[in-house]
Write a protein that binds this ligand. Sequence first.
Ligand code: ADP
Ligand code: ADP
Ligand code: ZN
Length: 215
Amino acid sequence: MKIIMLGAPGAGKGTQAKMIAEKYHIPHVSTGDIFRANLKEGTPLGKKAKEYMDKGALVPDELTVEILLDRVSRDDCAGGYVLDGFPRTIPQAEVLDEELTKLGDHVDFAIDVDVPDENIVRRMSGRRACLKCGATYHIEHIPPKKEGICDNCGEPLVLRDDDKPETVQKRLTVYHEQTAPLIDYYTKQGILRTVDGTKDMKEVFSAITGIIDQN
Ligand code: ADP
Ligand code: ADP
Ligand code: ZN
């Protein structure tokens, strides 16, 4: 099973992808998490990615595609995976399709988590992230058990640099220009499914499992 999560920044892709990964026993592959892990380690990739991330821009396709293909070629991805935050451009989607076609394989579903822009900025200002394990919380909707501390690993939670309102606005513009065209791309392939991301996270998840289990 190969699933792609589409949606604006803050739509809930990561939240849902983690639940999908757990239920269907497939890895959750997030390019954003890979970049942030590299940033935290201070690797050259992390430093390069940060230049773009801090501006709310996309990391160049070449760099992103390389790390993604490397990740999905590992053994744990042999039985499928859920992609969160990739592809974000048409060229990224085309490379993924080409690589899968070479393997006689294909994407099963692209699930669009639909949330209007008005809701996004509010959601992002309440997002808190664990940079160690990648867990994500929301100060109102999905709070950690202990304020400011990750439930999984005890790390202090942070407001991501790129979740400040000015940067969120820019990321939304980038989303509409470069990523939203993927909705059309996967509609044409007949694999786009849309869920209402404004519902609470359990309802969104049951809509998604309904789609996957129907398969
Ligand atoms: P969000 O969860 O808010 O949608 P991500 O964690 O997926 O954000 O991504 C954070 C940032 O990392 C993006 O704004 C972008 O700079 C970079 N990034 C992540 N995935 C990609 C990608 N597929 N292509 C280009 N840049 C990416
Ligand atoms: P994305 O990966 O698409 O950027 P996240 O999964 O990180 O989005 O979610 C963005 C923020 O919204 C986080 O703070 C998360 O806890 C919260 N969130 C996720 N799903 C919902 C939901 N259905 N209702 C309310 N808040 C949510
Ligand atoms: Zn953690």
